[in-house]
Structure formats: structure tokens, C-alpha cells
Design a protein around this ligand. Sequence first.
Ligand SMILES: Cc1ncc(COP(=O)(O)O)c(C=O)c1O
Length: 386
Amino acid sequence: MNTIELDQSYVANTYARFPVEIVSGKGALVTDADGKEYIDLGTGIAVNTFGVADDEWVSAVTEQLGKLQHASNLYYTAPCARLAEQLCTRTGMKKVFFCNSGAEANECAIKVARKYGTERKGEDAYTILTLCNSFHGRTITTLSATGQDVFHQLFTPMTPGFVYAPANDLAAVKKIADEMPLAAIMFEVVQGEGGVNPLPPEFVAGIAKLAEEKDLLLIADEVQCGNGRTGMLYGYMNYGITPDVVTTAKGIGGGLPIGVTMLGERVKDIFAPGDNGSTFGGNPVACAGALNILSRLDDKMLDGVKKRSQMIIDGLKDVPGVKSVTGMGLMLGIETEKPAGDVIAACREMGVLVIKAKNKVRLLPPLNIPEELLARAIEVIKSACV
Ligand SMILES: Cc1ncc(COP(=O)(O)O)c(C=O)c1O
């Protein structure tokens, strides 16, 4: 059997995969099993921050791999401690919990909120308000946090303790906050899986003010929109707010599994030994890779993200078949006249990999994609939209 047949026979049927076997790549180019080359505008869903087999990242990872691949959290290791220090220095957050995925990072944030609510306001104050159309992960609790019914069906009962409000309805958020004791408000500043929709600035400012008035934690889920993707180091930085908890994963690892829950001033000491843990959390190899990624997300790189973003937006302006482009930085969604799936398939045929978010074509290119490759990819997308 070939890879596709083996996979279909033996891998659990949870993914609707594209009919392509990726075998290798370099930077923004990936190659399939037939030797066909593609410009990759999906980066493994916002993971391969600087593309595939990026030289600097590979060196950082392999150097650490040759020294120590794992030690457990019974011991101190330098990459873990240094990454925590760098994340805090770059964001102003105070402490960091490491795990292995976005869902786990959000699970940790939910634990933080529940402990905070209980300690500050009593054991009824455990509910977290999340937004309709959000996506926070696939564990039962993060699915429950996800404000989309479609993900809840078949897996009930969901974890209690979540309420949902429409993403741009401050009055609805306030009403809920008046009616019941809340612990936190959790949101993505750019809803990724929900269709690449940035939250309106007035709404974000409104929930931040409400959180302050009502002593609620502000939890920014930066799993997808973090790590330079929006043109700022973290997406919330576009909005001038200071969350109490920031979760991230995906792009910070550059291709290895890592999840991070950053704790701000109000919750920096919330945890005591035993409150949370993870066998692989803070793994030296993943942290060495992440340190390399983070060190390169400087102002010059972020300006490059904004420039490339504008190239895409300008390139798709007034193009037949394109209804709108939403998003921020290099996290963009194209609303097309044709079904998104047809556009994605046509792009693939023409050697460009893009992915879907709801009814949109989603672009998440490497942050340093060479401009010539991006320009070529834009031409392909344009012709696929017609
Ligand atoms: C905003 C957001 N939060 C959480 C997750 C879950 O991350 P993971 O798949 O690493 O568990 C995702 C994944 O797409 C995401 O986009």
C-alpha cells in the first residue's frame, strides 16, 4: 500500500485530508511524493513560522537534540527557563506554564480562571464567557469553551461553566456579566477557525474595561494569531490592551509541539505545586526551537509581515471572483464568489497550497516568505478565483 492507502486504512478517520502526500520542503516551498513543488501559504496551519527546514531553526533544534532531548519537570533545564524569561521580557507577562498544544494551553488558562474566580469571589464564580464563532481546542473542556454548537454535538455532556456572547455585541456581554458571577472573558483577537475575523477595536476595548470593573480575567487565545502572525508579536498588541492570561502554541514552536500559558501580574502566583503539570511541557528541544523563533520576531521581521500583508490585500483588490479579504498581517481570509473548496483545489492544481476557514480561503504564509514567491502565489490565487 502507498502512504495514502496506509493512512486511510490505519489512521483514525478524523481528518478530511487533501489528496497530497508532503515529503519535504525548504522555506516556503514544499514537495509532494510525485516531486511536484508547491508554494505553501498554509504553514501547517500557522505552525512553520519561517517555513520548512529553516536553517537557523534546524540548527537550534539539532544542537539541543544532541545534548539532551528530555529531562522531565523534576529538573531544571536551560532552554525552558530561558524561553520563559524571553516570553516575559517581550510581553510584560510575569510567569509561564509550558505544555504541548493550544488546547492544553487553554485548559491551563481555564484552570487559572476557575481558581482565581473561586478565590476572589467564591465557588460560584467559575463561569468563563467566550465568543460565538470562537475556537479554543478539541479537548472536551476547550470544545465547551468553543462558541460553536457544531463542535458540541455528539460529545455531550460538555464541561459546564461556559457562556457565549456574539463577537461584536458589548451589550450582550455586559448583560451576562450583570446576571451571573463570571471568572473571565476569553477571546481570540482574530478568530481563525471561525473565518479569519478580527474583533472590532471598540468591542475589545469594551470587554477590557468591563473586565476591570467586574474583576474578570482577560484571557487572550493567541494560539493562531500570536507569534508575529498579525504583524505584532502578539495579536492583542494591536489593540492596546493588557490581558491577564495569554495562551499560545503553533507558531512559537516553528514545527515542534509546544503550548504556552503566560500569566500576568494578577495571576502570576495563582498556581502552587501540584496545580498543573505536563510530562513534556518545557521540553528542551521544543524550547530551543521556540527560542530561535522568538529571537527572530523583531521589528524588522514584523514590518516585513505588514508589508507582505499589504501585498496580498492590494493584489486581491477589485479582482473578479474575490468578494472581500479579512484578517490581519499574514492571517488573511478571502471570501470568494466560487465555493472556497473549489478555489483551494484550483490553487493546489496550479502549485499553491492554501487552506479553508469556514466559507473562506485562508492564507497563513511563512512570515519571511520571499516576495517573488508571494507575488507568484497571488497571481495563482487570482486566476483560481475567476
Ligand atoms: C485559536 C485556537 N485556539 C486553540 C487551538 C487548538 O490548538 P491545538 O490544535 O494545538 O490544540 C487552535 C487550533 O487551531 C486555535 O486556532
